[in-house]
Design a protein around this ligand. Structure first.
Ligand code: HEM
Length: 211
């Protein structure tokens, strides 16, 4: 019951950035460059939600709030949702569905190349986010596939770093958060390896006395 309520609150909260954009557009307009406002807002929220998804595991372990795993999928799917809006803004409002122009841009502008790669990597993760997919792929394979989120996070921060012209403060802030989240994983990996090594060898089953 508590989890369902939390999920509802997170669902509504995740819609706030979109509702805010809609409200601003209807009541005040989006300024001189509405495409830029929509691109920046959707891009920011995609990145924030990717980082939030990545922070669930450490948060869950550190605080021992194990129920948090129950909201990870929804937050990840919202990252994909805002990523799709971000990409749609680009191909629809910026490139007017001119696929040729878009392909040229993806090949030529490096920040578009990495942004596009980050978005493409989110697609298999969104498609396999169901319990059915976990059963089909098997837990281990599913986990391996979903490690792509680390690469997506790195590409997304590189995308942001390469697109800004002067003020690198925001991409650096996002980069630091991502760095901490990735280092945490590396730390856990090393400590698990170390504890595996220090485990005493299993007591061998005594051979049956042949006599
Ligand atoms: C996971 C995927 C992506 C993430 C996390 C992401 C994130 C971002 C962020 C954070 C910004 C800057 C927002 C700001 O200045 O406040 C941005 C801008 C932008 N992104 Fe993305 N992006 C992604 C994918 C894409 C894709 C697929 C495209 C197009 C193919 C794209 C095109 C752009 C453009 C054109 C801008 C604005 C550049 C400018 O203002 O000069 N992004 N993105």
């Amino acid at each position: 019951m508590k989890l369902r309520l939390t999920k509802l609150v997170i669902f509504l909260a995740a819609l706030i950035p979109l509702a805010r954009l809609g409200w601003r557009a209807l009541h005040y307009g989006l300024g001189a460059n509405p495409i830029e406002v929509i691109t920046h807002s959707t891009g920011d929220w995609t990145l924030i939600l990717i980082l939030t998804t990545l922070s669930i595991t450490p948060l869950r372990r550190i605080t021992r709030q194990y129920w948090l795993i129950g909201v990870r999928r929804m937050i990840g799917l919202f990252a994909f949702f805002y990523g799709t809006l971000h990409f749609l803004t680009y191909i629809w409002l910026d490139k007017f569905f001119d696929v040729h122009e878009m392909m040229k841009d993806i090949a030529k502008r490096r920040f578009i190349t990495v942004g596009f790669s980050a978005f493409v990597l989110l697609i298999p993760l969104a498609l396999t986010s169901t319990a059915w997919s976990i059963r089909r792929l098997g837990g281990k394979n599913w986990q391996r596939l979903h490690r792509l989120i680390y690469l997506t996070g790195i590409l997304a921060v590189v995308h942001y770093t390469w697109l800004v012209k002067a003020d690198l403060r925001k991409p650096i802030e996002y980069g630091v958060v991502l760095g901490i989240l990735l280092l945490y994983r590396v730390g856990v990996w090393f400590s698990e390896k170390a504890s595996e090594k220090s485990k005493p060898p299993a007591i061998p089953t005594p051979a049956r006395n042949p006599l």
